[in-house]
Design a protein around this ligand. Structure first.
Ligand code: GLA
Ligand code: ZN
Length: 695
């Protein structure tokens, strides 16, 4: 068995100016310039809610530069100064998320172009061309102005570069040309290499000049995959361009840009390398189904990913204090859920809890989006009180700031793999569900209180005991070798149907799936059956095996038909023409083991299988005791002190038996031991009363 993961050290605060948890919100004082009392009232209310940071300027281009080259910083000067006077900080944005009308009018090229060559009209947001030299020049000028003016301002805490970048398509001639240049680099100016990688002999698609290439043909999978890569890379290139003046003028101010969870168009792994601190915007639709905790599992997974990107604390840049406005149904968060959601983020490594938005705008698209301050304008609201509770909780958590989470388990979530899976023509069109599949594998760990990292194919594997790679369809160069070393060295690896089918160009591996992983897994996957909802496929635990499975389980959507080549069969299909064929196998490889789950299985299968694995591998559960359904426990540590977050997402009280251990809640001071009742929607932040500091 592999040695235990070394506990990481405490990280410095995001910015040394503020060695506390950051509690903040998107703040748009520029919408209220004709309401002079509002700014002063906002500052009073921020003190009351213990909000110590305001994210400003995110959509302020029209206010900051009302016409070309004419700047109006007076209002922002005043806001920055008043924040500083008030002991608060600014997360200052660059305003490229939304461009001013004068710019689109004078330079239509800043707007994106559709596939059929139409220039998009000015309006909405997040829709500029990333290649346009004109837009880049305007951004460089604006960002330079901001950095020079506010670089030394005491309120400046973090740069919030743009807002929620996306890799949405722009088909303007500049973007197409940039794509071709990107391809020339990728294929070393070798068109034959490109034709081979894209398998263009198919349907006579061979390109004989670079100019013929247009990212418009979805039947060329390699082309579409590279186009997705390009859109992500070009957005990153744009980000770098935006950062250049900030890095030049303010090398000490950390830079972030807010990510959007599983957002499909950007490979956040590559973005994460270039930000100083990761941040993301979390908008779960809680209360959309009877069990809120199922939604919480997904959110926890994404928090884990954001912590894992840089293996250090991240920022929860946005969440709503109450309600959203863009879901099909926008339900109020139930009392207590806000604190719970905030503590959940912190539990997984957030050093900030920030909102969209501080004050509800009076008009426009987001006037009914939740905010700390409602249209009534005062603090006597349920939402304000709940936000103030979060502020009070965070104010007691200085010691948690900078701590992180050692994980013994890693689950793979890889954007390139996902793009390739989504690009497949075949199988079940609607049911690929890569993100949902990854979170389904995470659920038993959440329920057992076992911390997990989320990694991609480029990450270091050596520190984990267990690696899970759901639907590892694309295996990029080097990854098979690293899995091989991981398993040989004593690691346990679990993979599933659709593993090891294509290389980084989306070309199928020849000589049998799972391609370069075949020897490690000791199986050959010959075919994949795709099921209708009405199909009934069961799998059964093989007699005499000890892998936690008992009896039959329902399989769903995908069933690989595999042959063992040295692997041991742990479960078999119970029906269909492949009855009796292996459905779950394990192969000893070096000092480790490699499991192949041939089918997509119901949650009960995951629960039984992974809980046994957790025990077999002696993976640390954060709390020694069993957790009731809907409750998780997560940990943050600096290597010495441990902060255990018990998060209960049930609508009714549940009981938890803490056993002999005694804990004190950092937030309330209440002590817990033995049988404990968790009320509905609860967050406890516990420290052992025997720990070195509190003893
Ligand atoms: C996103 C944006 C915000 C706001 C919120 C609303 O996260 O970044 O500007 O529109 O959504 O939920
Ligand atoms: Zn473009």
């Amino acid at each position: 068995m592999k040695p235990a993961n070394k506990a990481p050290l405490r990280f410095p605060p995001i910015n040394g100016k503020c060695p506390h948890m950051i509690h903040g919100a998107d703040y748009n004082p520029d919408q209220w310039l004709n309401y002079p009392d509002v700014l002063e009232e906002d500052l009073r209310l921020m003190q009351l809610a213990r909000v110590n940071s305001a994210s400003v300027g995110i959509f302020s281009w029209a206010s900051l530069e009302p016409s070309d080259g004419v700047f109006a910083f007076d209002w922002l000067d005043r806001v920055m100064d008043r924040l500083a006077d008030n002991g608060q900080f600014a997360v200052l944005a660059t305003p490229s998320g939304s461009k001013p009308a004068w710019m689109s009018e004078a330079h239509p090229e800043v707007c994106r172009m559709t596939e059929d060559g139409h220039r998009e009209p000015h309006g909405r947001r997040h829709n500029h061309c990333r290649t346009s030299p004109v837009y880049r020049a305007y951004c460089a000028r604006m960002n330079t102005e901001l950095a020079r003016r506010y670089g030394k301002h005491p309120a400046l805490l973090v740069w919030h570069v743009s807002n929620e970048y996306n890799g949405g398509e722009c088909h303007c001639p500049l973007c197409h040309e940039a794509f071709r240049e990107w391809l020339k680099k990728r294929y070393h100016n070798n068109l034959d290499a490109l034709n081979h990688a894209w398998w263009t002999g198919f349907w006579s698609h061979t390109f004989t000049t670079w100019e013929q290439i247009r990212p418009l043909d979805s039947s060329i999978h390699g082309l579409m995959l590279d186009w997705k890569r390009f859109l992500s890379d070009q957005t990153l290139d744009f980000f770098r361009h935006e950062c250049a003046p900030l890095r030049e003028w303010t090398p000490d101010i950390p830079i972030t840009t807010n990510f959007m969870g599983f957002h499909i168009t950007l490979d956040y792994w590559s973005f994460a390398r270039e930000v100083d601190v990761v941040s993301w915007d979390s908008y779960p639709a809680y209360h959309d189904r009877p069990l809120d905790w199922l939604r919480a599992v997904d959110v926890s997974f994404v928090h884990n990913m954001n912590r894992s990107f840089k293996q250090k604390p991240f920022m929860l840049m946005e969440c709503t204090p109450s309600v959203q406005n863009w879901q099909p149904v926008n339900k109020l968060k139930r009392p207590g859920v806000h604190l719970l959601e905030a503590m959940q983020a912190v539990a997984h490594g957030a050093d900030t809890v920030q909102y969209f938005q501080w004050r509800k705008s009076r008009g426009g698209f987001e006037k009914f989006h939740g905010a700390v301050v409602d249209h009534c304008g005062h603090e006597h609201t349920r939402v304000f009180r709940e936000v103030a509770d979060v502020g009070a909780a965070l104010a007691r958590m200085d010691d948690v700031t900078g701590t992180t989470t050692p994980a013994e388990v890693a689950i793979l979530f890889d954007w390139e793999n996902r793009w390739a899976i989504d690009g497949i023509s075949g199988l079940s069109r609607e049911e690929r569900r890569y993100p949902e599949t990854c979170t389904a594998h995470y659920r038993p760990f959440w329920s057992s209180g076992v911390p997990c990292d989320v990694i991609n194919e480029d990450c270091d594997l050596s520190k984990y005991k267990l690696l899970i790679t759901p639907m590892l369809y694309m295996v990029r160069p080097g990854f098979a070798e690293r899995i091989d070393a991981f398993v040989r060295d004593g690691g346990t690896w679990v993979t599933t149907y659709l593993t090891g089918q294509v290389d980084e160009s989306d070309l199928c591996f020849l000589n049998g799936f799972p391609g370069p992983l075949r020897e490690i897994l000791g199986v050959w996957a010959e075919e994949t059956d795709t099921l209708y909802e009405s199909d009934d496929v069961q799998i059964e635990a093989a007699p005499g095996t000890d892998c936690g499975l008992q009896g039959a389980y329902k399989a769903d959507v995908f069933c690989d038909l595999i042959h063992t080549e040295g692997a041991k069969v742990l479960a078999t299909y119970a029906n269909q023409f492949y009855r009796g064929r292996p459905a779950l196998t394990v192969h000893t490889h070096g000092k480790g083991r490699a499991y192949y789950m041939a089918s997509r299985n119901e949650p009960r299968f995951h629960a039984d299988f992974y809980r046994k694995l957790i025990d077999d591998l002696a993976l640390r559960r954060v709390l020694g005791c069993e957790l009731p359904d809907g409750v998780t426990a997560q940990v943050r540590t600096d290597g010495e002190r441990e902060f255990i977050f018990v998060l209960g997402f049930n609508r009714e009280p549940v009981h938890l038996d803490l056993g002999a251990a005694a804990y004190r809640d950092l937030r309330t001071g209440v002590e817990y031991r033995g049988r404990t009742t968790l009320p509905a929607y609860t967050a406890l932040v516990l420290e052992s009363v025997n720990s070195p500091v509190t003893a």
